[in-house]
Design a binder for this molecule. Structure first.
Ligand code: AMP
Length: 509
């Protein structure tokens, strides 16, 4: 039988509010976290909106502040809850008002896009609790309207969405301002690598409550990489846009000049496109975003900076015209699609120069992005950028004269764990000469060339095997040609608590 709120050590002021809200039985995240938070422990909660996560942290924090019996101090809150969007801030604040209505705890909302004067007035009067978006909060801190030195309770809500929306630098700035002695709550629906790192840095002696499987953004988005020479990227983009199913497309570029150029050339070509980058005014960006949100504009060209805080659902495709230099930006970019639990698609156009960034990204997201070669601009040189590094040394040379006579050593051709005429190349593709290949090998090749069924992936999947504990392992060949056995997934470990969960290690370095 489930425990009831009335059986938990919750003060009467809050019990009566819960009764009027008709909360009788705590949800799993509430049951798992309220007693620990009342005990003063930190919390890592892996939970989505709709699980009752707000009350899970609001009840204990309201209770503790109420029991402290302090008047609020002007500009110096005791508790801070940060959330990625204004809507979420409003929702959390409403929940706090309802749960804390019989307490003496005062709180206020802080978010951008509105005048700051009422927010400053509330801070001047003094509040116990702040519910804020990171950008506006930092603005007020910079203007010395808010100091975090007295903070005792800190909640980071929807941490993964913060990352998706590009707020991580702001969050990190706020975290650096927090006093060391505090109680922290960290909530995230998914646990991509940068989020795990932040949680580890933020929490001390924490308990973990998981109520959703920790699938990462990267797992929810169907990702593809297309190898293409820089000069053909624009033509490939045109081709991708020929498909009407790509109805709301966000195209990312590294520089604002590049974004401007691309936007103008798309408009000249008759594509319904707009561009936003850091160089445009806030008003212009807002106008463009509204048009994109309403479906009046099909293609939006953005830079990483400008895309911060974009919160638009139903983006059908994210196209990375440039591979981002920062792996974290990649996670943020692809997170713009696959919102609200939906699946989405991202396509990354990678030239030979960008190959090194792609490798870093794959390390960070801990997966190999499937290659789509099913387009007319596929560049073997770009795909084999890694291999070509070796080819420089492997280029056939004239036999060298040595003191002893003519060298018989030929060039060393890098093959992946096989002989020169029947191995695999650096990206794991079969490089057996056509004459030596079997029909089934050829069929494997052509299957691998279709979208969504890349040979690179396929070849390693074919080598997957299941170990005793149910863990799936893969034999992979590293660049040096050594065969590595890598643990991919342990179904049983998925449900264990964060921290003990075994994450698959990076497969290709
Ligand atoms: P949240 O995940 O915090 O956004 O909460 C989702 C919804 O569940 C909100 O409308 C809450 O009012 C409601 N809720 C939260 N906890 C409970 C509970 N224990 N019993 C009934 N409803 C709840």
């Amino acid at each position: 039988m489930s425990i009831k709120f009335s059986e938990l050590p919750i003060i009467p002021e809050i019990q009566s509010a819960l009764k009027s809200l008709e909360y009788e039985i705590p949800t799993p995240i509430q049951e798992g976290s309220i007693p620990s938070l009342l005990d003063g422990r930190d919390l890592l909660g892996c939970a989505q909106t709709g699980t009752g996560k707000t009350a899970a942290f609001a009840i204990p924090i309201l209770q503790k502040i109420q029991q402290m019996g302090q008047y609020p101090i002007p500009y110096e809150p005791l508790g801070l809850i940060i959330a990625p969007t204004r809507e979420l801030v409003v929702q959390i604040s409403e929940n706090i008002s309802a749960i804390g209505k019989h307490t003496k705890v005062r709180h206020t909302k802080i978010y951008g896009g509105v005048g700051q004067r009422p927010q400053v007035a509330a801070l001047a009067k003094g509040v116990h609790l702040l519910v804020a978006t990171p950008g506006r909060l930092l603005d007020l801190i910079d203007q010395e309207y808010c100091f975090l030195s007295k903070l005792q309770f800190f909640v980071l809500d929807e941490a993964d969405r913060m990352l998706d929306m590009g707020f991580m630098p702001d969050v990190q700035k706020i975290v650096r301002l927090l006093p060391r002695k505090r109680q922290s709550v960290f909530l995230s629906a998914t646990m991509p690598a940068p989020i795990e790192k932040l949680a580890a840095a933020l929490l001390h002696n924490h308990v973990t409550v998981m109520v959703t499987p920790p699938s990462t953004t990267a797992e929810r988005v169907e990702q593809r990489v297309m190898f293409v020479d820089r000069g053909n990227k624009r033509k490939l983009l045109d081709r991708l846009l020929e498909d009407p199913a790509r109805s709301r497309v966000l195209v990312f570029m590294r520089t604002k000049h590049g974004a401007d150029r691309l936007y103008k050339s798309l408009v000249d070509a008759g594509v319904s496109a707009e561009g936003i980058h850091g160089g445009r005014s806030q008003n212009a960006r807002q106008r463009v975003l509204t048009a994109f949100r309403n479906g009046e504009v099909r293609v939006l060209i953005a830079t990483d900076v400008a895309a911060r805080g974009i919160d638009i659902d139903n983006i059908s495709h994210v196209i990375n015209f440039d591979v981002p230099v920062e792996a974290e930006s990649y996670v943020h970019r692809i997170g713009r699609t696959a919102r609200a639990g939906a699946s989405g698609e991202s396509i990354t156009l990678c030239d030979g120069e960008e190959f090194k960034y792609l490798q870093e990204i794959e390390k960070t997201i801990d997966m190999t992005i499937p290659v789509d070669r099913d387009h007319p601009y596929h560049s073997i040189t770009a795909e084999d950028a890694e291999l070509h590094k070796y080819d420089k040394f492997a280029r056939p040379k004239e036999p060298r004269s040595t003191k002893r006579g003519v060298s018989t050593r030929g060039p060393r051709v890098k093959t992946m764990g096989g002989s020169r005429d029947g191995g695999r190349d650096a990206r794991g593709r079969d490089n057996t000469p056509a004459s030596n290949r079997t029909r089934s090998q050829d069929m494997g090749r052509s299957q691998g060339a279709v979208a969504g069924g890349p040979s690179r992936r396929k070849s390693s999947e074919q080598q997957s095997e299941r170990s005793e504990g149910g863990a799936v392992t893969q034999r992979r060949r590293s660049i040096s040609g050594k065969v590595k056995k890598i643990k991919l997934r342990s179904p049983s470990s998925q449900t264990t608590k964060f921290g003990k969960r075994s994450r698959p290690k990076s497969k290709r370095r």
